[in-house]
Structures are given as structure tokens and as C-alpha cells.
Ligand binder design. Structure first.
Ligand code: BTN
Length: 233
């Protein structure tokens, strides 16, 4: 019998799968599928995105055929899905991968992966979009991403095997307990002990609290950030 999550959905991710050579955004395609009843685990992948989206309304760009670009339909998403996804991506990369709250995955200070979770909680689904720079070459980045973005430095042939490992990792991390997700993210925290700034202020990052928020100590008080963007100073 197929293993199922606490909500009764099969653990297995990646089926059905829609692969597009080129699309606007895999998240947009997956959202349309989710809204029309696609099952938990439905996967959309693309070789290239013409209007890939990032968090905070930013664009996400990657050269054609050199990044893993995927979006999954997740039914009954856990509250910490964005953190669980970061933990899964980091696990696939290895012990050198750190997580910059909430879910940017860094290697040697460069952002190798980003996660965009979008959904309709009232309808019980989310789309989990992940962009992972598997085979991007240093010279491929536009000027504004030089020195910010990172790459695994592998060959394009590594994209499919990396996807297979990512799906296996997500199958374990999506249904994982809150305690396990927090432990994993805390163990790879790229911000802890560093000075950071966000739109509301600046201070020293002190870790991640039991609700998955970033704790920052400023001169005046302690803040618990639950959304938004934090920059290392
Ligand atoms: C971020 O770090 O800002 C999140 C980036 C998420 C990018 C991925 S690529 C696949 C999926 N489709 C999108 O349009 N965005 C996500």
C-alpha cells in the first residue's frame, strides 16, 4: 500500500509531471493546475522561464537549460513549508549549504537556490517553486547578480538526477515535524550572530524561534520577523 501523509495524501512527489521546454513561470502553470484540482505532488518543470518570479515581487532569471526550475502542487501544506523546502534543498546540496532565513540556500556566500511558496490556504493548497542553479556558469549571470548568485558548477546532465534527489528529500521534509524542520534550519543558519538589516531596522540575528520567525536583537529590543527580506550587513 502507498505511504500517505497525516492528511492522507501519497508521500510520493513528481507525478503527474508536465515538462515545458520554455514557459513564463512554472509557478504560474502549477497554480493553474492546482486551482483546477491537480493532485498533491503534481510537478511542473521547465528548461527556461521567460518571466520567472522570486519572492518580494522580484524576477528570477536563469540561463536556458542550466538550472533546475520546478514547481510542485502541495495539498494541505504544513505551516513551515517554506522552511521545510529550504531544508530539503540544502540537504540535497550537502553539508556546505547554509540557509539564509527564510529559505535562500547559499554556498560560499552565493545564493544557489531560491524558494517561492504561493497558495490559497483557504482552498488547502500551495505551490512550492524552487530554482536551483545546478549548471549555471559564472559568466552567465547578468551584471546585477555577479557576486550575489552562486552555482553548483555541475553540467546540465546533472539537472534531472538533482531533481530526483530533491523530490526524495522533499518527500521526507514536507511531512516532517515542526521540531525536526526547525532543527535542520537552525543547524544551517547563515544569519545567526551576524548584523542584518530589514525594512524596519537593523540588529544582530539571534536565531529562529519556535514559530519559524527570525529573531533579531536591535539596540532597543528583540524583534521576531515573520516575513520580508533580511540583508546581511
Ligand atoms: C527567491 O529566492 O526569490 C525565490 C525564487 C524562486 C524561483 C523559482 S524557479 C521555479 C519557480 N517558478 C517561478 O517563477 N519561481 C520559482
Amino acid at each position: 500500500m502507498a505511504r500517505v501523509t497525516a492528511s492522507g495524501f501519497p508521500i510520493r512527489l513528481g507525478s503527474p509531471r508536465l515538462h515545458l521546454r520554455r514557459t513564463g513561470s512554472t509557478n504560474t502553470r502549477a497554480r493553474l493546475l492546482a486551482a483546477s484540482g491537480a493532485p498533491h505532488g503534481t510537478l511542473v518543470t521547465a528548461g527556461e522561464q521567460t518571466s520567472g518570479r522570486g519572492r518580494q515581487g522580484r524576477a528570477w532569471s536563469a540561463p536556458a537549460g542550466r538550472a533546475l526550475l520546478c514547481s510542485l502542487v502541495v495539498r494541505d501544506p504544513p505551516r513551515l513549508l517554506p522552511l521545510a523546502a529550504g531544508a530539503a534543498v540544502a540537504e540535497v546540496i550537502g553539508p556546505e549549504a547554509l540557509i539564509k532565513w527564510p529559505n535562500d540556500v547559499l554556498v560560499d556566500g552565493g545564493k544557489v537556490a531560491g524558494v517561492l511558496v504561493e497558495g490559497r490556504p483557504q482552498e488547502g493548497w500551495a505551490v512550492l517553486g524552487i530554482g536551483l542553479n545546478v549548471a549555471v556558469r559564472e559568466g552567465d549571470w547578468p551584471a546585477e547578480l555577479q557576486g550575489v548568485a552562486g552555482t553548483l558548477g555541475l553540467e546540465p546532465g546533472a539537472i534531472e538526477p538533482t531533481l530526483a534527489r530533491l523530490l526524495q528529500s522533499l518527500e521526507r521534509w514536507i511531512p516532517a515535524s515542526v521540531a525536526d524542520v526547525l532543527d535542520a534550519v537552525r543547524g544551517r543558519d547563515a544569519l545567526r550572530g551576524h548584523e542584518v538589516r530589514w525594512t524596519g531596522g537593523a540588529g544582530r540575528a539571534e536565531g529562529i524561534d519556535a514559530a519559524g520567525r527570525l529573531v533579531v536583537r536591535s539596540a532597543e529590543r528583540t524583534h521576531a520577523l515573520d516575513a520580508g527580506e533580511v540583508h546581511l550587513l
